[in-house]
Design a protein. Structure first.
Length: 494
């Protein structure tokens, strides 16, 4: 029975803890409670994924109401995989947060900060757990609203502008998603994902269904930061507190990828996608996103902003995998969801360490800092190799599967785009390497010390994970393949 309750506990524990955290008397007690909550969620998520990697399903009926009348938490390999990513990044981020948050957030606001962090965690985990589309929308809004508040707590006044821009774009996306859900509900009379899939199949040619699908895809694309709907992301990552840049870069867009996969293939179907221009649209926008975002990253003068544009490019790789509409393509996308969380988590932690010591992540303030902060800068170098896709790193596994998926479909232009994106990544990574290691140190960096161990240890855990999962793909590839096959991809085309 406890196994069935896992899906609910992952949401309930941080939900109940968040208001308690907000009223705690000091920053350290708020951090300790949040640390306990995140590690508890990681343990539960790890237990949960062991139960479904063989293709099993965990179903929990809230209030004893059977679906489709009641809300169901329905866990398969893909849900569990995403929940593991979210809880794992949260758990590793919290030790890093101790010193970083105390430096960037006023002491009296830190309990509220950690309370909002837990609410964001509630939303992201709830999205991964629920089997109800309206419940998914509610959890998406919980994570979004708390994200706006967390970004606005940044040190600079431009954090408010970034949060407001994200709020406007996020609200438009949520509105589109809600309209789409309303339209398909009007046609089917159900909100349960499994039931929706069954009821939609006979009416997939109805105009209302096509309109609802279009609204849903555009709404999720805004949350996903899919090119050209990405304008909110660079400022949000740049001006958010360092811990929030880490957490959102590693989790928020990845959960949006999950929503896209679940709605496009799980609620509608592979066959429906092939009868619409959706897969071609994903391939076109993904290809443009990889090239344009990577090229834009080369011209940035701020490390956090550079990696923000890199994130847009990496999301575009994932969209290419979705656009291929094959088991191998979606497997590549899900593997990259995991691997990109590792590499971007490490990179933004390193950026936070630079900000902690130097107060800035702008290029002109980082000349030669690799000599004074070797552990931080070597971490940037190794994680950047993973970003490029160098063999022996997790990023190489992702790129390898993307190329295989493209060649399987004989999509030679897509394979070339993937290779071109990696070459462009070499361009902006080299800029950072030259800046940190080859330029002479300025007066402001000559005496700076290495980042504290509390920042270095979580950072290097992710760096080591980038190397480990570059050799051991048993978890990532096997779970991703199981999840892709459970979506029913290619069943009617093999």
């Amino acid at each position: 029975m406890i196994e069935q309750n896992l899906s609910l506990l992952l949401v309930i524990i941080p939900l109940l803890s968040a208001p308690v955290t907000a009223i705690l008397p000091n920053a350290r007690s708020a951090w300790l409670l949040t640390l306990a909550v995140t590690w508890t969620c990681l343990i539960l998520a790890g237990w949960q994924i062991t139960l479904v990697t063989d293709g099993s399903i965990i179903s929990y009926e809230l209030g004893g109401w059977s679906p489709p009348w009641g809300i169901e938490y329905r866990i398969d390999a893909m849900n569990a995989f995403v929940a593991l990513i979210v809880s794992g990044i949260a758990a590793i981020t919290l030790p890093y947060a101790l010193l970083s948050v105390e430096k960037e957030i006023p002491l009296e606001k830190i309990p509220l900060f950690y309370s909002a962090f837990q609410l964001c965690l509630v939303g992201l985990l709830g999205i991964a757990q629920t089997g109800d589309v309206f419940n998914l929308f509610v959890f998406l809004e919980i994570s979004s609203l708390s994200s706006y508040a967390l970004i606005a707590m940044g040190e600079q006044r431009r954090s408010l502008t970034a949060a407001y821009q994200y709020l406007i774009m996020g609200t438009i996306g949520a509105t589109f998603l809600l309209i789409g859900i309303g339209l398909i509900y009007a046609e089917t009379g159900t909100l349960n994902m499994l039931d929706l899939n069954q009821r939609l199949q006979p009416i997939l040619d109805h105009r209302t269904v096509h309109t609802g699908f279009a609204f849903i895809v555009v709404g999720i694309a805004l949350k996903l930061a899919l090119f050209p709907l990405h304008l909110w992301l660079p400022n949000a990552y740049k001006y958010a507190p360092s811990v929030i840049s880490v957490f959102l870069a590693a989790t928020a867009t990845k959960v949006a990828v999950y929503i896209m996969l679940r709605m496009v293939f799980g609620v509608f179907s592979d066959e429906f996608v092939r009868k619409t221009p959706t897969d071609h649209m994903f391939l076109l926008l993904g290809a443009f996103g990889v090239i344009m975002a990577s090229a834009t990253a080369i011209y940035q003068r701020d490390v956090k902003r550079l990696f923000a544009y890199s994130s847009i490019a990496q999301v575009s790789y994932i969209v290419l995998g979705i656009g291929l509409s094959s088991v191998l393509g979606v497997t590549a996308a899900l593997v990259h969801v995991f691997n990109h969380a590792l590499m971007k988590g490490a990179l933004f932690m390193a950026c936070g360490a630079l900000v902690y010591r130097l107060g800035s992540s702008r290029f002109e303030n980082l000349n030669g800092v690799g000599r004074q902060m070797p552990w931080t800068c070597v971490a940037i170098f190794i994680a950047s190799l993973s970003l490029i896709g160098i063999p022996g790193t997790a990023g190489f596994i992702s790129k390898w599967y993307f190329v295989l998926a493209a060649l399987e479909q004989e999509s030679w232009p897509i394979a070339l785009v993937i290779l071109l994106g990696s070459l462009l990544a070499v361009g902006y990574v080299w800029k950072i390497v030259e800046l940190l290691f080859l330029r002479p140190a300025s007066d402001s960096t000559a005496t700076v010390g290495e980042a504290p161990a509390a920042l270095l240890v979580p950072m290097w855990l992710l760096v080591i994970a980038n190397i480990y999962f570059g050799f051991n793909t048993e978890l990532t590839v096997n779970v991703a393949d199981t999840a892709a096959r459970m979506l029913g991809l290619g069943m009617n085309h093999e």
